[in-house]
Design a protein around this ligand. Sequence first.
Ligand code: NAD
Length: 264
Amino acid sequence: MSKLMQGKRGLIMGVANDHSIAWSVAKTLAEQGAEMAFTYQGDAFGRRVKPLADSIGCDMLLPCDVEDIESVDNVFDQLKEKWGTIDFLVHAIAFSDKSELRGRYAETSRENFARTMQISCFSFTEIAKRAAEMMPNGGSMLTLTYGGATSVMPNYNVMGVAKAALEASVRYLAMDFGDQGIRVNAMSAGPVRTLAGAGISDARLMFNFQQTNSPLKRTVTNEQLGGSGLYLLSDLSGGVTGEVHFVDSGYNIVSMPRLEELKA
Ligand code: NAD
């Protein structure tokens, strides 16, 4: 069978290290023949991303901080110069002040609300617009979200609000770009032990709770996230757009833990 991503080129934004969800997706795409460029946020992450990119034969590494629109524009200028067009985009970027990822949502500050929204939500819109200009033959875009967008998770707070807005953006962007043959989807991942995940207070408790209470009784693996990312970015999901696809061992369907466990 020919490889699913053979002949396709794309941009991966949001690899910090080999635990990053973006890396799990990129590795799977590479196995299926994709050619990729990576962005990194600052030199320290750049040093971690370089050997990962090297390991799958990618030599296009570009600095990018989404708070600095010039650095975003520079990424797309360089991509245009080197490739002209792209076929896919992965946006796996989020940030909020750690001190507000605990306690009550009501305590969120105006400054951190705006910054969280800009980095974790609006950056996808700005990037999607630029990526779409490079997709004359259609394409697929993917961002990362979490169940805290639709139901309340302890400590997730303003990030839940930003993810809800991100999921709405996915639907609007899917409509905007649909007539260009560009699909836009989000993958809602179950908890994974990454740098961003560790920023949420009591992350370990949430991880264990979801492991115990999901239908599959396990947390998701990097390979599972990679596989679902491949599905959403490849032609396998050609009829899917504007979707939030849960990859969370089914946790999102549960309203109450198993009664046996509550009685125990
Ligand atoms: P990660 O820490 O590996 O990745 C987060 C990335 O965001 C990093 O590469 C970081 O450099 C980047 N980033 C933050 N601010 C940025 C900025 N201003 N400019 C450019 N890049 C910036 O963690 P991850 O868990 O792989 O996170 C990737 C995505 O997955 C995020 O959107 C996160 O909310 C989402 N997600 C994570 C989990 C989880 O449990 N870890 C679950 C569901 C969704």
